[in-house]
Design a protein around this ligand. Structure first.
Ligand SMILES: Nc1ncnc2c1ncn2[C@@H]1O[C@H](COP(=O)(O)OP(=O)(O)O)[C@@H](O)[C@H]1O
Ligand SMILES: O=C(O)C1=C[C@@H](OP(=O)(O)O)[C@@H](O)[C@H](O)C1
Ligand SMILES: [Mg+2]
Length: 232
């Protein structure tokens, strides 16, 4: 129920004290049937409906079981994602690994033989199946998922999406530190390409439910901030 009422306004409307409401909210107080009716009325409902909604599990759509990380290579989708999953006690899944399993070939072979459009169709189908299970998990997606409107729409409608944001320099240095030599092949052009990629994808990444700026931060801080936000 989202009426935007403050505790003070609700207390006034229901004729009870703010302290009493705070105790109730914390599960510490006991409420009489008459008082329940008063609080229900102040909330624009009634006592019976208030009781029913308190014991009803949250609608699946208001609390998606899958937390999905998006962002450019080096954002921290794999490292932050797996740490968050272990703290939350849910499985951690790499979407690219599901794609490799489904296609029965490595990603580079898949791109080489079948091209990007085939990758996109396998990605969409595997994601659809994964989300249909409706089981709690943390998912690290491929950096380019957001470029497919249907797949990105599907993910946003069924998961809580998190963009791990960083500067081009940080993406670059993190990937190089990881020992991925690819960006080094043609240095000046590669850096420009990375900047252009981030600029073109930023409006899409920005559509995520949560945006976490990872710039100049320690990955542990990012993990702690996210877990704190999710538990709040
Ligand atoms: N603030 C930060 N947030 C996330 N990762 C960071 C941060 N600072 C440094 N890193 C490092 O950057 C790398 C991110 O790589 P990874 O998790 O594989 O990214 P992705 O899966 O998005 O490509 C890791 O080695 C991580 O330790
Ligand atoms: O950014 C990209 O264009 C891609 C990033 C890769 O994922 P990571 O971001 O997990 O490396 C992978 O999905 C694919 O090779 C395309
Ligand atoms: Mg990764």
């Amino acid at each position: 129920m989202e009426l935007g009422l403050t505790i003070r306004a609700l207390a006034k409307g229901a004729g009870v004290s703010e302290r009493f409401l705070a105790q109730l909210e914390a599960g510490e107080g006991n409420i009489s049937v008459a008082r329940l009716e008063d609080v229900g009325e102040a909330l624009g409902t009634n006592g019976a409906e208030l009781l029913a909604s308190a014991s009803r599990p949250k609608a699946a759509s208001s609390c998606p079981p899958v937390l999905a990380f998006v962002g450019l290579r080096g954002a921290g989708k794999s490292s932050v994602g797996s740490a968050v999953a272990s703290i939350l006690g849910v499985p951690f899944v790499e979407l690219d690994e599901l794609i490799v399993r489904e296609a029965q070939m490595t990603l580079s072979t898949l791109f080489e033989i079948h091209g990007e459009s085939y990758y996109r169709s396998v990605e969409r189908e595997v994601l659809r199946r994964f989300l249909a299970r409706e089981e709690p998990a943390v998912l690290a997606t491929g950096g380019s998922l957001v470029t497919d409107p249907e797949t990105w729409g599907l993910l946003r409608s069924r998961a809580h999406t998190v963009w791990l944001k960083a500067t081009p320099d940080e993406h670059w240095s993190r990937v190089v530190t990881q020992g991925d030599a690819r960006p080094m092949r043609d240095r000046p052009r590669a850096m420009n390409e990375l900047k252009a990629l981030l600029t073109s994808r930023e409006p899409l990444y920005r559509q995520a439910d949560t945006v976490v700026d990872t710039s100049a931060r320690n990955p542990d801080d990012v993990v702690a901030e996210l877990v704190g936000q999710l538990k709040a």
